[in-house]
Design a protein around this ligand. Sequence first.
Ligand code: ADP
Ligand code: ZN
Ligand code: ZN
Length: 741
Amino acid sequence: MSHAKLVEVALPIPLRKQFSYLCPDHIELPVIGSRVSIPFGSRQLIGMVTGHLDSADINTSKFKSITASLDQQAIQPLSIRKMLNWASDYYVYSLGEIFQQALPVLLRKGESSSLTPPLVWRITEFGQDFDLIKLARAKKQLEAFELIKQRQQLTTEKLRQHDISSATQKTLLQKELIEQVALDLPPACHWNEQHLNKDDRHTLNKEQAVCVAAINHSDQFQVSLLLGITGSGKTEVYLQAIERVISQGKQALILVPEIGLTPQTLQRFQQRFNVPIVFLHSALNDKERLEGWLKAQSGQAAIIIGTRSAIFTPMIAPGIIIVDEEHDSSFKQQDTFRYSARDLAVVRAHLEKIPLVLGSATPSLETLQNAKSGKYQLLNLTKRAANASEASHQIIDIKGITLKSGMSPQLLALIKHHLERGNQVMLFLNRRGYAPALLCHECGWLGECQRCDAHYTVHQRYQYIQCHHCGSQHPLPRQCPDCGSTQLVTAGVGTEQLEVTLNELFPDYKTVRIDRDSTRRKGALNASIAGINNNDFQILIGTQMLAKGHHFPNVTLVALLDVDGALFSADFRANEKLAQLYLQVAGRAGRASKPGQVVLQSHHPEHQLLQRLSKEGYLPFTEAALAERKAAQLPPFWHMGLIRIESHSNEHIQLFINELNRHSGPLLVQLSSKETPVRQIGPMPAPMERRAGRFRWQVIFESSKRSQLHRFLLALSDQLAKTKSNRHVRWSLDVDPIDMV
Ligand code: ADP
Ligand code: ZN
Ligand code: ZN
């Protein structure tokens, strides 16, 4: 009996199991980690080979055969495959789907995984001796020919830049005057000390020097928390740590928040390093994304900068990983595969045996606790680098005060004061649109979304109302749908209204608004930022989009208009998020030679959190917050898994919940221990009980011991996957959830 070859394949389907396929004789046995095309039901899927099976005792006649083997070698290095396997267990998510998400779209679809070398035009041997008189009447051809001859080799792109069409190129090709050849790729990781540009490098201050030395101390796995106030020169520390990596001919991966990926960021790296840099931003098309990925994988790129999903970029010679603004919520994916890129970075650095730097002025309580417990090395930058002074802080009591579009007379006076001195002011309000509600003055009717438990937001400028939870949109009503009155009024203030009012009050100054509405157009955000730097605008209005990372030296007043919601929120992370926003925002004030002022309006000026933030800063806040979390048995001391259940029918949700309870009960008994119990909270309706027409429920499972919680979550998920009622609901598990809405 001949030995049939069997392979195990992870498929991009929701089931957490792998499938076996036969490898027919005419196909060479695909290696582990390579892609294969296989039949699945009526479909053809692309899966990842995860193992080879010994078929000696197996009846193989029932197995289907793989259709094609797509890669000669594993498409990802072993470290990444191990990380993905880890993630599949940790997040209780299908390995095959994780493999897919970790690949660029074109590779998911089966595109070749080898980097195509660049093609160039050059003069043929025949062309070398060609008498140019013969081209005298074909001006364009002559021009192209001479250009190529002079430069020796030119890409099609370069020729196009010289206005030479592909028709001209084709004619010269047909005349056998030019030919196209593939260039050899440069050897992998061909950079060293000589590729550093040390001209505009800062001399490190003492604190920075200590940090760089501590990071560079070891080439082994080590996590450092770089805790540095805004403007303390964290980026300079990153750059100098990367210098060492480049000198050694290795690669660096830098993760930045979604908004942080600006041309300025790229520029700073390009100025310092004379090496190929891959910039993975949202405007790339699939082809460019694939090319960047392949360059990193093959060692053609030295530095890779990208947002969340860049954590999956393979490197041939990894040297360091840096996560900037590690507390930023954009590092956590909020749907399907709900991973945290920051946490995966820890796993990856461990597997690659390289240093990881987590940088922030306002680190997450999770990361701080890891630093306090000694798991991470804590590095401190306590002073602003470019001798900017620290801002002064003030809380304005707005109890009983009449506000103008959310602004107190005291704040308006301050704005005037700063503007008259030729400075810029920055106002924050985390609510876009004109007003968060529309109501009828006569009968009290309130514009509510039909599909969500939410009010419509009024967008005055384009005359529509919109639900910010499901996106549904209607023209702005002229009359009350209930009583027909035309006295419709708005309630509350959004950024759009703020802008209108400030334009009226300060006609001599120009405003710019930065929120999701004003930046929807491609390039709009960058244009606004350039305008701010150019002092075209003096009044800057925005949601927290404006808070992140930008360096505006002329801003001297920063104001937060409405933070009271966060003081009494049901979300246990609300105070942490407010503290982070407050300090990030405060970091925008007075970065250059001008001293800054930070003001906050509140109905509760005496509130301990606000007092602490404005007087003592972030670290004292975290001391208190960590103590509270510990007492309340919340993360980072306890660990959480959140199951969300959604359906158009509440009945179906209840059926699923009954089954969930039936399974979770015995499992809780079975998998809990006295010392480290697993607890169930709920099921209960989600804070927003209906969204986009679906009812929403949730259940929380928690334990002080992670391994205990995970055994439980794995067992429960496997049972839930088999239930009948799961077909009529959408359910998902979120491990370490950060958003409970
Ligand atoms: P962070 O990333 O911590 O907000 P940056 O790295 O952007 O801070 O530095 C803030 C400012 O200080 C920048 O303008 C930077 O060029 C400058 N800077 C950083 N390090 C030094 C230094 N050692 N000497 C002088 N200026 C510095
Ligand atoms: Zn009415
Ligand atoms: Zn809605």
